[in-house]
Every structure is written in structure tokens, then in C-alpha cells.
Design a protein around this ligand. Structure first.
Ligand SMILES: C[S@@+](CC[C@H](N)C(=O)[O-])C[C@H]1O[C@@H](n2cnc3c(N)ncnc32)[C@H](O)[C@@H]1O
Length: 243
């Protein structure tokens, strides 16, 4: 039996140049790409000259069968995820299903939207004297019964909330940061229509509503959004042991 391997590629956050060289190479070589809907820039999908299939509306079983059949025919297949596939990408579930067909997965990481958000805001996610910790989370929704927003917010760390735009009001009510904690919402980070909305825990929900943003945005909460009281890290000009 020949090795049947599908490549899972991170497409990056939107800007078609924010894919890795290896990811682009894999797409160019592919006979079939199955991409994850609207968050993947069509320009990136078009790096593949073969067949292109939007996975929107397809079941896990449909996708796996499609991949397995194409590999059986000797085709090269890429499964393209937005950002990095390891964040809210159902990679492990897909791997489990593909295993039934004897298909294994190789991975090419991508630039997650959380990093494109930090770049858009020109800030750090961890910043000396402000927060050394980044919490990545999401609100409860279709695929998550209960979230941990309340408990997690008690750490007073930087918090990046994925999949939360429509629930921003509930999120801000739930979290236990002080009302004046800075919050930024970045819609379509790195896309040409990128939009940034700044506010605080107490007023960001209304601002986002006023702008009519209901999806495809990252919510970043914490002092790093408006960094004033940070400490110099003493990294510069001081001889350091390698970390
Ligand atoms: C299913 S998750 C996929 C995340 C992706 N794997 C990543 O690493 O960015 C979709 C959520 O990611 C966030 N997202 C994805 N692309 C984004 C972008 N360009 N700008 C802001 N948020 C984005 C939004 O919160 C969106 O609801």
C-alpha cells in the first residue's frame, strides 16, 4: 500500500502574502484544495491550479471521503485552514476520520489571526510589567456548551477572544476585568478592509454594534491594547545567557 498523505496548510489571516513559502508551494503542487470558507482569501485558494472545493456545508465525513478518494487516484491534496489550523480548526477530529481510510496528515503552520491582530494594533501580546500571559479562548456557541470567560478573566492577563463578535455584549458582561480595561476589536486583520475599534470593557460592545461588525473579528482585552505602564525588559545592552 502506498503512503496516503494529505497536507493541512495554514492560509494565514487574510493577506495573501502572509502564507509560508512551504504552504504556498504545497498549494501550487496540489491537484485538489479543500478550503475553509470565507475566512480564507480567494487569492490564496487560487495559488492552487487544480480543483477547489469550499468545505462550507460539507460534513466531516464528506470532506474525509473526498480527500481519501483523491489520494487514492494519486492526486496531491491540501486542506486549507484560515490562520493556523491548530486554533479552532478541528484538525484532530479530521485526522481521526482520515485514519479510517489509512490517510495520514502532514502539517504546515500558518500565521494566526491573533498575531495579525497584534500587528494591526502595533502592540505585543505579552509585555513586561503589563502581562506575561496570553489567554486564547472563545465564548460558548454552537460547538461549545459552556465557556470559561469569567474564571479566565480573573487572571487579569491579555485575553484574545476568537469567534466572539456576535456575542461581544455578553462577553463584556461576563468578564471580571475593571470597566476601564482597554479592549480592541480588529475586523479582518491584514485584509484591505481591516477595521480597528478601540474602547473599554464598558463601552466596546456599543461601539462594535454602531460599526455594524458582526463577524470575522478578534477581541483583544487587556493593558497591552493601550500600553502605558510597561517596564523596560533590560534585554538590550545587557549581556544575556542564551534563553
Ligand atoms: C474558526 S476560527 C479560525 C481561527 C484561525 N485558525 C486562526 O488561527 O486565526 C475563526 C475566528 O478567528 C478569528 N479570525 C480569523 N481571521 C481573522 C482576521 N483576519 N481578523 C480577525 N479575526 C480573525 C475570528 O474571531 C473568527 O471568528
Amino acid at each position: 500500500m502506498t503512503d496516503k498523505v494529505v497536507t493541512f496548510v495554514g492560509a494565514g489571516p487574510g493577506n495573501p502574502k502572509l502564507i509560508t513559502l512551504l504552504g504556498k508551494e504545497k498549494l501550487e503542487e496540489a491537484d485538489l484544495v479543500i478550503y475553509a470558507g470565507s475566512l480564507v482569501n480567494p487569492v490564496v485558494v487560487d495559488y492552487c491550479k487544480g480543483e477547489k472545493v469550499d468545505s462550507y456545508g460539507l460534513t466531516l465525513e464528506d470532506i474525509s471521503k473526498r480527500i481519501a478518494d483523491a489520494l487514492e487516484e494519486g492526486k496531491k491534496v491540501v486542506r486549507l485552514h484560515s490562520g493556523d489550523p491548530s486554533l479552532y480548526g478541528n484538525v484532530v477530529e479530521q485526522m481521526g476520520e482520515l485514519k479510517k481510510y489509512g490517510v495520514t496528515v502532514e502539517r504546515v503552520p500558518g500565521v494566526s489571526s491573533v498575531f495579525a491582530t497584534a500587528a494591526a494594533l502595533n502592540t505585543q501580546l505579552t509585555l513586561n510589567g503589563v502581562s506575561d500571559t496570553l489567554i486564547i479562548t472563545r465564548p460558548a456557541g454552537k460547538t461549545l456548551e459552556e465557556d470559561k470567560l469569567k474564571e479566565l478573566s480573573r487572571h487579569n492577563a491579555t485575553m484574545a477572544v476568537f469567534l466572539g463578535t456576535q456575542k461581544i455584549e455578553e462577553i463584556m458582561e461576563k468578564v471580571e476585568y475593571s470597566d476601564d480595561t482597554p479592549v480592541a476589536v480588529v475586523f479582518h486583520a491584514s485584509w484591505p478592509d481591516q477595521k480597528i475599534i478601540y474602547g473599554t470593557v464598558s463601552d466596546i460592545a456599543q461601539k462594535v454594534k454602531d460599526e455594524g461588525i458582526i463577524r470575522s473579528a478578534m477581541i483583544l482585552i487587556g493593558g497591552v491594547v493601550d500600553p502605558i505602564d510597561y517596564r523596560r525588559s533590560h534585554l538590550y545592552g545587557v549581556a544575556q545567557e542564551p534563553l
